[in-house]
Design a protein around this ligand. Structure first.
Ligand code: TIU
Length: 235
């Protein structure tokens, strides 16, 4: 049993729990100029501050051989998985599918759609391509988690109030015990990040917990293997 110091109360990881690190959308499209976040009018440099913190968490999970899941917000080149509503509303000078400085915006396989090099997935880690803001919408994420007996999700990534929060709410409704890592998530709007942290842990943790990377690393490092190793990835 591991207890991670968290809000609204300590987050228990029991000996029967299986815990995964779920990293949402750490893509060039959101963190670099010329990508999707930029064309929506945001200052993308604000998101980079948490990259070293997230890398430390990733190294902990990799060192322990615990499961890591990355997501990518992206669409097929023919846009057949992009609802007209999303296409219409997600536009600046350019929009989804248009050619930008890093290739076609928010399209699978393009340079801008890749995870930033510092956090690039390695063999054995799952990468979920998702057309929505939530990672459970039109993906096989839930079946992968169920097949691997994963019960607990430590959630990081961008942006806090959009894809991260949507995914956390979807996971919570499906019965997963979710902890949002406070200093491993960022928003283009600091006040939206703060509001998200407060709303997920309000009312006794109605969506889950929030906790710091330091408290997670301290609690989880102390245990050589608080959970059976599960390899959910594809080589
Ligand atoms: N616009 C914004 O803040 N986010 C997104 O569109 N996608 C994600 O959060 N990944």
């Amino acid at each position: 049993m591991v207890l991670i110091s968290a809000q609204p109360y300590d987050y228990p990881v029991t000996d029967n729990s299986h815990c995964a690190l779920l990293i949402i959308d750490m893509q060039r499209d959101f963190l670099e100029p010329g990508g999707f976040g930029d064309i929506l009018g945001n200052d993308v440099s604000q998101l980079r501050v948490m990259v070293p913190t997230l890398k430390r968490l990733l190294e902990l999970f990799r060192g322990k051989q615990w499961p890591v899941i990355h997501t990518l917000e992206c669409h097929r080149p023919d846009l057949s998985d992009c609802p007209q509503s999303k296409y219409n509303r997600s536009r600046g000078e350019l929009g989804i599918g248009d050619v930008g400085p890093m290739g076609r915006i928010l399209i699978a396989g393009e340079l801008g759609n890749a995870i930033i090099p510092e956090l690039a997935p390695i063999a054995g880690e799952v990468v979920i391509e998702k057309p929505g803001k939530g990672a459970f919408c039109n993906t096989n994420l839930e079946s992968i988690l169920r097949q691997s007996n994963i019960t607990h999700l430590l959630i990081a990534g961008v942006t806090t109030e959009v894809c991260v929060q949507t995914t956390m709410r979807e996971a919570n409704d499906r019965g997963f015990e979710c902890l949002l890592i406070e200093d491993a998530t960022e928003s283009y709007f600091p006040e939206f990040k703060q509001a998200t942290l407060e709303m997920v842990r309000a009312q006794g943790g109605i969506v889950g917990w929030t906790g710091s990377s330091a408290d997670i690393i301290a609690a989880m490092s102390a245990h050589s293997s608080p959970q059976p190793v599960v390899n959910i990835g594809c080589e």
